[in-house]
Every structure is written in C-alpha cells, then in structure tokens.
Ligand binder design. Structure first.
Ligand SMILES: Cc1cc2nc3c(=O)[nH]c(=O)nc-3n(C[C@H](O)[C@H](O)[C@H](O)COP(=O)(O)OP(=O)(O)OC[C@H]3O[C@@H](n4cnc5c(N)ncnc54)[C@H](O)[C@@H]3O)c2cc1C
Length: 313
C-alpha cells in the first residue's frame, strides 16, 4: 500500500531557500517535511568557492549546503530524499505525489524548486564548468580581476553580465550569433559606450580549451556562422549568458507565472496566487538569483506559512 505522509508544511526543494524555510518552519513548531528533489543541496552543489555568503569568507558550495541541511535537520525539519512528480493545489489539504510512490498531504506548501541557467550543451563547456566556465557573473566575476573574459549571448542576460564584468576584466568579448542584440535598447546603449566590451557578431562558441592540471580555461574557439572561419580568443573566463529557466514544471496552469515562467508573488511577500502556497528563491526571482537572497525568501516563506496557518486555526 502507498505510503502517505501528512504535514502542516511541505517544502519542495533543498537549495538555500528550502533549507532556510526548513529551519524557520521547524522552529515555529510546524513539523515541516522537506523533499530534496533530484539535486540535494541545489545549484550551489555544482560550484566550488563561494565568497559572498555572509559568515563565510570562502566556503565550497557543497560544504555550505551540507551545513544548511544539517542545520534544518537539527531544528527538527524532516528531510526526505524524493522528487515530487505531481502536485494538486486546487484544494486543501494540498496533495503531492513523490517519485517513491509516497503521497504527501499538506496544509501549506513552500515551493523552492529553484531555476537553472541554460547551457549550450557542448562537451568542453561541461569539462570546464566551475573552472573558468560560469553562468553567473555576480558569483564569479570577482575571480577574473584584470583578465580577459568572453561572454556568450545577445539578450538582456548577456548584456547585463558583460557590463557587470567590465568592473573586473581588462577586456570582455561578447560573442553573439547574429549582428544585433535582443537586449533592451538602454542596455545596448550602455554596452556600445563601454570601451572594454568588444562585440563579435555572427559567431558561436565552438570549443573551450585550457589546461588539465590544474583544470582551467586558457581560451576559446569561436566559429563564424556565415563563413565557418574559426577564431582563437585567449581568455581566462567564459560566461554563458543565454538565460535562465525556473523549475516550474509542477506549476504551469496552476499558479500565476510571469517574466518567462517565474512564480508571481505579492510584492514584499512570498504569497502566490493560491492561498496557502508560498514561493521562494530563484523560482520566483528573475533579478537577484543569489544564495543569500534565496535563503532570505525561504525565511519569509516559512513566516508567511506560519501566519497563514494560524489564521486558518
Ligand atoms: C555554478 C553556480 C555558481 C553559483 N555561485 C554562487 C555564489 O557564489 N554565490 C551566490 O550567492 N549564488 C551563487 N549561485 C546562485 C545560487 O546557487 C542560487 O541563487 C541558489 O542556489 C538558489 O537557491 P534556491 O533554493 O532558490 O534553489 P536551487 O539552489 O536551485 O535548488 C532547487 C532545489 O529544488 C529541488 N527540486 C527541483 N524540482 C523538484 C521537485 N520536482 N521535487 C523536489 N525537489 C525539487 C532541487 O533538487 C534543488 O534541491 C551560483 C549558481 C550556479 C549555478
């Protein structure tokens, strides 16, 4: 017979938002259950040094996430290794089905399923991810002070990242497969006025190359989409900036989404369009996308859920 677990608060996701919600919900005596999903610890488990999480001058991403998991568990949050495959939020108690076959029922749900940077999917990109290839300028730009950098993309993300990276880099080459950008005009203006940014039109990333010991980027090969000509660009960092996709598969047509699929919340809160469902972290944030802001929203979601449940009582 299928296992059924009932909880006052079900937390879906185990990144900074999910674990922080777990700490706060457990301390509010809500006996939360947190389902970790396919990537226990979330996006930070895919990186190395994190230098901007308060309290840690430098910490390895996976180590930070183990500490957060231990913290949530120590406060009494029940952490389950499962993936939610179906969600019914049309009425309370809300229902969720786990890949394990477990049925979860909950009076309130905190969504913390995060987002994913989009990648190109080429082998050398994968090889150097975290070792010179990044999808987050705010996170990793600081490591490239005085160095040459390449940014791939032509939308808002790419232009914003390129502009931000000029604070650190000596030169930023922006590689785009067309000869015009999709980014907003105001961003384009800023980009074209910036002497450090050199656009390279009609090109795509063909290959990232570098050293194996230690693993690190030394340059890229760009391919002209019209002529097929390969250009070698020496650089230390490659930023793939082709956008992000929120992990909203469970929510489409069930909640109000905006800005390309991010969960819409009431300003200054984590309340979604369905009472009792709260959203936190990168799933709802298309602007900041940081561990500390996600953790902050996880806290807000637990406090919002507690208030909601006390009003129901
Ligand atoms: C390479 C890299 C480096 C970064 N470096 C930094 C940095 O230095 N500093 C910084 O502040 N930020 C950094 N970030 C950004 C930071 O990791 C994110 O902003 C943060 O992790 C978002 O937290 P989150 O809790 O919203 O979601 P995520 O960390 O994305 O976690 C989402 C969670 O949801 C779970 N999940 C998804 N679907 C389901 C489902 N169906 N059922 C159950 N669970 C599910 C996943 O398993 C995962 O545990 C980096 C990101 C990347 C990719």
């Amino acid at each position: 017979m299928a296992d059924t677990k009932h909880t006052k608060v079900l937390i879906i996701g185990s990144g900074p938002a999910g674990y922080t919600a777990g700490v706060y919900a457990a301390r509010a005596m809500l006996e939360p259950i947190l389902v970790q999903g396919i990537e226990p610890g979330g996006q930070l488990t895919t990186t190395t040094e994190v230098e901007n999480y308060p309290g840690f001058t430098e910490v390895q991403g996976p180590d930070l996430m183990i500490k957060m998991q231990e913290h949530a568990a120590a406060m009494g949050c029940k952490i389950v290794g499962d993936i939610i495959t179906e969600l019914d939020i049309s009425k309370r108690p809300f229902q969720a089905l786990g890949d394990s076959g477990t049925h979860y029922t909950a009076e309130a749900i905190i969504l913390a399923t995060g987002a994913r940077a989009k990648w190109l999917g080429i082998a050398s990109e994968e090889k150097f991810k975290g070792f010179g290839v990044s999808a987050c300028a705010t996170c990793d730009g600081f490591f490239y002070r005085g160095q040459e950098i390449v940014v791939i993309g032509g939308g808002n993300t790419a232009v914003e990242e390129a502009l931000f990276l000029t604070k650190f880099a000596s030169k930023v080459t922006l590689i785009h497969r067309r000869d015009e950008l999709r980014a907003e005009k105001v961003l384009q203006d800023r980009l074209f006025k910036n002497d450090k940014i050199v656009p390279m039109w009609f090109n795509t990333l063909e290959e990232v190359y570098g050293s194996d010991m230690p693993l690190g980027v030394e340059g890229i090969k760009a391919k002209n989409v019209k002529t097929g000509k390969i250009t070698d660009i020496p650089c230390k960092g490659v930023f793939i900036a082709i956008g992000h996709a929120p992990a909203n598969e469970l929510l489409v047509d069930k909640l109000e989404l905006h800005n390309g699929g991010y969960v819409l919340v009431e300003p200054g809160s984590t309340r979604t369009s369905v009472p009792g469902i709260f959203a936190s972290g990168d799933l709802t944030d298309h602007v900041y996308r940081q561990a500390v802001t996600s953790a902050g929203m996880g806290c807000m979601a637990a406090l919002d859920a507690e208030k909601f449940l006390s009003e129901q009582d």
